[in-house]
Design a protein around this ligand. Structure first.
Ligand SMILES: [Zn+2]
Length: 90
């Protein structure tokens, strides 16, 4: 889910942050109190950024969650099917 996606880079930080995680920095960025730009994860790595410790922890928890449970994926498929249905009807 995260691989190849865009990540946040703050002006002063040496770390990159995932956009969808419970990271204090990400939440400040989303609130607009911290300025950040977005980059592809590969580009951030190429430029010498490393994954923020908070985001890394969340990411690992995410992976552990996904191993034991596919219900989120099933829900996602359900949403997609609903959306396609909506397009067809309208
Ligand atoms: Zn972070």
């Amino acid at each position: 889910m995260h691989k190849g996606e865009e990540v946040f880079i703050t002006k002063t930080g040496k770390f990159y942050h995932y956009i969808d995680d419970d990271c204090p920095t990400t939440s400040r960025i989303l609130k607009g109190t911290t300025t950040a730009k977005t980059l592809k994860e590969e580009e951030a790595l190429q430029q010498g950024y490393t994954l923020c410790k908070h985001c890394e922890k969340e990411y690992k928890a995410d992976l552990a969650d996904r191993k034991g449970c596919g219900s989120a994926a099933i829900m996602f498929i359900g949403v997609c099917v609903g959306f396609v249905h909506y397009l067809v009807v309208v």
